[in-house]
Design a protein around this ligand. Structure first.
Ligand code: SF4
Length: 181
């Protein structure tokens, strides 16, 4: 029995991080919350937040986020053909994981992820506007990791177009053991 029969593209938008790429929102034919903890164990670089209800991982430069609803978001996609290919891979990964779920030990805690300034920088606006009080976005990333500043110091992260980036930043920090206020 398959967990997911189909995943369909709902909409595409220009990608904030790179205007030559697109961001894709797709929907599976059922909610994904039940499978996310299993996928977290099966995808080595996955970051899973049970409280926030999503799992994110990188496939090359592409950031894939599976929500506990039926929604799947992907950034840095070249075109719809690539989106269909990757959604097919995601569907196969979900169904394989579902078939093997009885052999997956959810009680083994995953190692905490090491997060460095470059990881955070990737999701900051990269304009070096200084409005956070730091000279560069990289400097804010360092300060956040040192817990001397927070993501709230960058006003742009509260804008709708950076919603996905902020969510990813929060999850990166939580996965590394930081408390986000
Ligand atoms: S306010 Fe945000 S965009 Fe501006 S320098 Fe700081 S981190 Fe970068």
């Amino acid at each position: 029995m398959k967990f997911v029969e189909s995943i369909r593209i709902k909409r595409t938008m220009p990608c904030v991080a790179d205007p030559t790429k697109i961001r894709v929102i797709a929907n599976a034919d059922r909610e994904l919350g039940e499978i996310l903890p299993y996928l977290d164990q099966r995808i080595p670089n996955a970051l899973y937040s049970k409280n926030s209800g999503f799992l994110t991982y990188k496939r090359g430069v592409i950031l894939i986020t599976l929500h506990s609803t039926d929604e799947i978001a992907m950034t840095q996609i070249t075109d719809e053909n690539e989106a269909h290919t990757i959604l097919g891979e995601i569907k196969d990964k979900i169904n394989e994981t579902f078939e093997e779920r009885d052999q997956i030990d959810l009680t083994t805690p995953k190692k905490r992820v090491n997060v460095g300034p470059l990881d955070l920088y990737s999701y900051l606006p990269k304009t070096n506007c200084k409005e956070c009080g730091e000279g560069t976005c990289m400097a804010l990333a360092v300060m956040v990791l040192n817990q001397e500043k927070s993501l709230n110091d960058c006003p742009y992260l509260s804008e709708p177009k950076y919603k996905c980036a902020r969510e990813t930043l929060v999850m990166l920090l939580q996965s590394a053991g930081y408390e986000i206020i």
